[in-house]
Design a protein around this ligand. Structure first.
Ligand SMILES: C[S@@+](CC[C@H](N)C(=O)[O-])C[C@H]1O[C@@H](n2cnc3c(N)ncnc32)[C@H](O)[C@@H]1O
Length: 312
C-alpha cells in the first residue's frame, strides 16, 4: 500500500517560535527542526488542530523540476471538476509572482476538468520548497477557533484560547483518545478547546459561581456539560493527563502550600501534568513528586506571560 506524504506549513511570529516548536514536538512525537517552518511526514493530522498550521498539502506528485512534475501529472490523467490551483508561498519564497503564476498555469493545463477560480469545489496546492516541487490536494487551516475568544464569561488574565488549544495538543500528542482533566478549570477555556477538538475532558472548579460561568460558556458553544463545581482534592477518578493553569494569587491569594497541594493532587489523579504557571515553580513541582520537567516560555510579543511545562 502506498503511504501518503503530507506537507504541513507552519506560521508563527518570531516570539512564538519556541512555543510552536514545543507544540509540534508533542503533536508529532518527534522534534521540529529549529527555525524550519514546515514538516514533511506520513502522519495525518487535521489541519485545524494546531494554531500554527497554515495548511496541509497531501502530496500526490513531487519532482525536482516543474517540467518533470507537469509530465507526471499529465501521465496520471487526473481529473477534477471545479478545481483551483493555489500556489503555496514558502517562508523565503524564491519564485517571483510571474513565475508562480506560470507554474500554476502549466500544471493546471494538464489537469483534466473545469477550473473554478472563484468558488472551487476542489483545492489543489502547488509549492516549490528547497529544490523540490510538490502538488496535491490542499486544506488550509480553519481559524474558526479564534472566534471562541468571544465567550460570555472570561477573566482578564485568563489564558487565551490559543494557549489553551496548544496545551491540549501538548497534552494529547499523537493520541487524541486520552482522557484529560482540568481540575482548576476556571471559566473553562481549556475544557472548551479540548471538547472542540473531540478530546474527552472533565473540568472541576472549586468556586461555584465560576463553575456556573464555565458551564454557561460551554453551553454557548453547544457543548455537553463536563464541568463540576468541586474541589479537585476530592476527585477520585484517574485521568491520563491533567492540564492546570495554576492559581497564582492575582485576584485571590494563593499560597505556596496551596500550589504544592494542587501539584500533589494532580500527581495522584493523572499520569502526566501539563502545567501553565506565571513563575518558575520547578522546585515545587519536584517537591510534589514529579521527576522530569520540560518547559517552554509562552510570550506575548516580547513580553513573557506564562511557562508551559510537561511534568512526568
Ligand atoms: C488561574 S485560574 C484558571 C483559569 C482558567 N484557565 C480559565 O481559563 O478560566 C485557577 C482556577 O482554579 C480554581 N481553583 C483553585 N483551587 C481549586 C481547587 N482546589 N479545586 C478546584 N478549583 C480550584 C480557582 O477558583 C480558579 O478559578
Amino acid at each position: 500500500m502506498k503511504t501518503t506524504t503530507y506537507l504541513y506549513m507552519l506560521n508563527y511570529q518570531g516570539h512564538e517560535q519556541e512555543l510552536c516548536e514545543f507544540e509540534q514536538r508533542y503533536l508529532f512525537g518527534t522534534p521540529q527542526q529549529t527555525g524550519v517552518k514546515y514538516r514533511l511526514t506520513t502522519q495525518e493530522i487535521d489541519p485545524a488542530t494546531s494554531p500554527f498550521f497554515r495548511y496541509r498539502l497531501e502530496v500526490a506528485f513531487q519532482a525536482p523540476t516543474l517540467a518533470e512534475l507537469v509530465a507526471a501529472v499529465e501521465a496520471a490523467q487526473i481529473h477534477y471538476d471545479e478545481f483551483k490551483i493555489h500556489y503555496l508561498k514558502a517562508e523565503n519564497e524564491p519564485l517571483s509572482y510571474q513565475e508562480r503564476l506560470q507554474a500554476c498555469r502549466a500544471v493546471g493545463f494538464v489537469v483534466g476538468g473545469e477550473a473554478n477560480m472563484h468558488a472551487p469545489l476542489v483545492n489543489l496546492g502547488l509549492t516549490y520548497l528547497e529544490g523540490e516541487w510538490y502538488f496535491g490536494l490542499v486544506e488550509h487551516h480553519d481559524a474558526k477557533w479564534q472566534t471562541r475568544s468571544q465567550k460570555p464569561h472570561s477573566y482578564s488574565n485568563s489564558i487565551n484560547n490559543k494557549v489553551a488549544k496548544i496545551a491540549v495538543n501538548v497534552a494529547c500528542g499523537t493520541d487524541t483518545q486520552l482522557h484529560l482533566v482540568d481540575p482548576c478549570c476556571g471559566v473553562g477555556t481549556v475544557v472548551i478547546e479540548a471538547l472542540m477538538h473531540g478530546v474527552a475532558i472533565q473540568g472541576y472548579e472549586i468556586n461555584p459561581t465560576v463553575a456556573q460561568q464555565a458551564q454557561e460558556n460551554s453551553q454557548h458553544f453547544g457543548l455537553k456539560n463536563v464541568i463540576q463545581a468541586q474541589d479537585m482534592h476530592e476527585v477520585t477518578t484517574h485521568y491520563d493527563v491533567a492540564i492546570i493553569d495554576i492559581p497564582y494569587g492575582l485576584y485571590t491569594p494563593t499560597t505556596r502550600e496551596e500550589q504544592l497541594a494542587i501539584l500533589k493532587t494532580a500527581k495522584r489523579i493523572a499520569n502526566r501534568l501539563v502545567l501553565l504557571t506565571s513563575e518558575d515553580l520547578d522546585e515545587l513541582i519536584f517537591e510534589a513528586g514529579y521527576q522530569n520537567i520540560d518547559t517552554c516560555l509562552v510570550r506575548k510579543t516580547n513580553v513573557f506571560t506564562r511557562r508551559l511545562s510537561v511534568c512526568d
